[in-house]
Design a protein around this ligand. Structure first.
Ligand code: E4P
Length: 217
């Protein structure tokens, strides 16, 4: 499973990229707001660091304006994936932009039917939001599993990009289901390294190393 990081924080992107942990980046207007940066400027900087797909989201609701915004975003770098919402206008924009050879990430997907439509419209990525469904007591991981089954039934090439990932457990579950990609905040990616038995074991080894007077460098 590929990892994308869901942030516009340059320092966090640089750190994860230098460790080889990320294959791409996703952003949205809320993350751009949090960064306090101009969208075109920050997207360009991200694309200079990460060479995999970098999602930049349109803000228009009307398909014609979305297409215009998508073209402008895609002109920033070859690895931009234009992110459009899963609305009828968004699907129309997806069809046009993907027909022009641009990568398109269809976002705000909350049902298997929406994912089917995105695949028909030629989406490169479909972004089902796991955490936001869980917030409503609806099993977000079940949606990932349903979409996997449907796409496999018909050989759709649209990649399942599990989004709204809130926990390290979501990451391993998405990998078990067979999501192509999962996008998560930096803290969730880092939390994947944690285990209580690792901490406990390390405590004991540190104490024993001190007692044994072990010094290696
Ligand atoms: C995905 O592309 C979105 O940017 C993101 O995963 C949304 O996550 P949230 O529900 O935690 O805001």
């Amino acid at each position: 499973m590929k990892f994308f990081v869901d942030t516009a924080d340059i320092d966090a992107i640089r750190e994860l990229d230098s460790l080889g942990m990320i294959d791409g980046v996703t952003t949205n207007p809320s993350l751009i707001l949090k960064s306090g940066r101009d969208i075109l400027e920050v997207m360009q900087e991200i694309c200079e660091i990460v060479h995999g797909p970098v999602s930049a989201e349109v803000v228009a609701l009307d398909s014609e304006v979305m297409i215009e915004e998508g073209r402008k975003l895609a002109a920033i770098a070859d690895n931009i994936a234009v992110k459009v919402p899963l609305t009828w206008d968004g699907l129309r924009a997806c069809k046009v932009l993907s027909g022009e050879g641009k990568m398109v990430n269809v976002t705000l997907c909350f049902s298997a039917n929406q994912a089917l439509l995105a695949a028909k419209a030629g989406a490169t990525f479909i972004s089902p939001f796991v955490g936001r469904l869980d917030d409503l007591n609806i099993d977000g991981l079940e949606l990932i599993s349903d979409i996997r089954q449907i796409y496999d039934n018909y050989g759709y090439e649209t990649q399942i990009l599990a989004a709204s990932i809130r926990t390290a457990n979501h990451m391993s579950e998405c990998a078990k289901i067979g999501a192509d990609v999962a996008t998560a905040p930096p803290a969730v990616i880092k939390a994947m390294a944690n285990h209580v038995l690792t901490d406990k074991g390390l405590d004991a080894f540190v104490k024993d190393a001190q007692q044994a007077g072990i010094k290696i460098v």
